[in-house]
Write a protein that binds this ligand. Structure first.
Ligand SMILES: CC(C)(COP(=O)(O)OP(=O)(O)OC[C@H]1O[C@@H](n2cnc3c(N)ncnc32)[C@H](O)[C@@H]1OP(=O)(O)O)[C@@H](O)C(=O)NCCC(=O)NCCS
Length: 179
């Protein structure tokens, strides 16, 4: 399907029509990365800072979803502890998560587009965790880097990925040569 037939939407979960909220939450639940019901996932998406969707222009069907979450500090710190890396610089970082593409629409670059939409709204360091090899490729392409070690999750071995946009890095002064 040509990319022009797909259009994107970003905003808060609550701004979506109830039917779209249900479809988005079901898509994440069907992805299997999170051990929770679609109802629980809908509540969590409601707490997210931002949600991004891709839709098929002809049918208006939601085919991909992703979100930027504001995790509670203990949860965030726990991820960095599990990976065995210091949280320095990521103490308040949002988490990219709940990325899922409808099964019949996978392998067309939609996860890359969803992650790009979310990162367009991120001016500060962010992180993600995943156990999915395809998601890892998407994260690498988006500028995330794997840090630390893996740990067992509900579905597979999880790893921690961090992202620091250029604008969020401390300014480095050019080295001056001694006179
Ligand atoms: C992970 C997921 C979001 C990827 O979405 P997608 O739109 O199919 O991924 P993309 O088309 O952007 O492909 C990403 C990379 O994975 C590769 N890939 C994706 N599906 C693949 C497959 N079935 N076989 C081989 N490679 C595959 C792509 O080739 C691409 O790599 P490349 O750029 O190096 O070629 C999707 O598989 C999914 O929804 N999985 C279930 C939910 C999940 O696990 N989400 C991650 C939670 S953290």
């Amino acid at each position: 399907m040509p990319a022009s037939r797909i259009y994107s939407w970003t905003g808060t979960f609550d701004a979506l029509e109830p039917e779209d909220r249900t479809v988005a939450a079901r898509l994440v639940a069907a992805g299997g990365a999170i051990d929770a019901t679609a109802e629980d996932i809908a509540v969590r998406l409601g707490n997210a800072r931002l949600v991004a969707l891709l839709r098929n222009q002809g049918t208006d069907r939601v085919i991909a979803v992703g979100s930027l979450k504001n995790p509670i500090p203990g949860y965030r710190a726990g991820r960095f502890e599990l990976a065995g890396v210091p949280i320095l610089g990521f103490e308040a970082a949002p988490e990219l998560g709940y990325v899922a593409v409808a099964e019949d629409m996978r392998r067309k670059g939609h996860s890359e587009r969803i992650v790009g939409l979310i990162l367009d709204a991120v001016a500060e360091p962010a992180y993600a965790t995943t156990d999915d090899d395809y998601m890892k490729r998407t994260l690498v392409k988006a500028g995330f880097a794997a840090v630390g070690g893996e740990w067992p999750g509900g579905r597979g071995m999880l790893s921690l990925w961090t992202y620091a946009p250029a604008a969020s890095l401390p300014e480095t002064r050019p080295r001056t040569s001694p006179d």
